[in-house]
Design a protein around this ligand. Sequence first.
Ligand code: SF4
Ligand code: SF4
Length: 301
Amino acid sequence: MSAEAKRAPGAETAGGRNILVVGVGGQGVIMISKVLALIGQRRGFEVKQSEVHGMAKRGGIVFSHVRFAPKVWSPTIAKGEADALIALEWAESLRWLDFLKPETGVFIADTRRIVPPFACLNRQQGAVTAYAKATPAEVVERISNAYALDASGIAAGLGDARAANTVLLGCYSVALDEPLEHWREALDLFVPKAARAINHAAFDAGRTWAEAARAGTQEVPTMPALFSARGPAVKSELEINAAWCKGCDICVKLCPERCLALDKKQIAVLTKPDACTGCRVCEWLCPDFAITVHQTAVGAA
Ligand code: SF4
Ligand code: SF4
C-alpha cells in the first residue's frame, strides 16, 4: 500500500469544512473555491469565501478560503484550522502547510512546479535555483493525510493541462458525500461552455485517482530533477501554443536573454532563437501552460 493511501480524502470530520485553495495566477484557484462554496450552500450551510488574487495577472500567488458550517463568523481560516489544503502548485502547497489541522487535515497537491523568477539564481541551463526542495515522497511521509498527484499531467493526458484544477477538485470531491450531478452542475456554472466536457473528464479522473488512492494502488509521483547539476549539453527548442497564450507579457518581461516578444496579435513569439539558452524560465512562469521547452541531449538521435 502506498504511503498516500494511509487515509482517504473522505475521512474528514463530519459537518462543515474549512478549505484552503492555493496556487498562482491563471491556475483556476478561484473557480475551485466557487464550486466548493456552492456545494456548501447546497448542503444548507452558511458559507463564507474570501480570496486574494491581486498579483494573479503577473504569476503571483492566489489563495482562497472557503468555509461552510451551520454558523460561520470569520471569512478566513486560522492557522492549524484547515480541514483541507488544495494546492495547484507544489511550492505553494508547502508554503501553506501550517494552516492544515495537524492530525486530520487533508493535503491534496499537484506536483507541478512553477518556479518564480527570484528563485532562479543563475540563468544558465542546469543552474541551481532556490525553489522548494521537499519532494512529494517526503511530504506524504510526514503528513498523515497527504495526496500528491501529477494533476497537470493527468489533465494534459485528457487534452488540456489547464484542467488540472478540476482534477484536484475531483480528487477532493470524495471527501464530501455529494451527488455527482451537483458537482457537475456547479462546474458548469463556472467554466466556459466550450470547456465543460474537458472539465467533466478532469473531475472524473480526479475522483478515480482518489478512489485508487483509497484502495492503496496509487504511487507517489516522482519529480524530475529541476535543478540538476551541470549535465550533458542539451539542445533546446521552444514551442509556443498561440491558442493558449493570453498575452500577459510575463515571459517577455522575465526572459533573461530578452529573446521573446508579443506579436501584433499579442501572442508571445521567439524573436531571437540564437540567444535562447533554454533556461526554461518562460515555461516555468507562463500561467497558461502556453510554453514548452523541449530539450534533447546534443548528439542524441
Ligand atoms: S506565453 Fe508568455 S505572454 Fe503568453 S500567456 Fe504565457 S507568459 Fe503570458
Ligand atoms: S526564451 Fe525561455 S528558455 Fe529561452 S532564454 Fe528566454 S526564458 Fe529562457
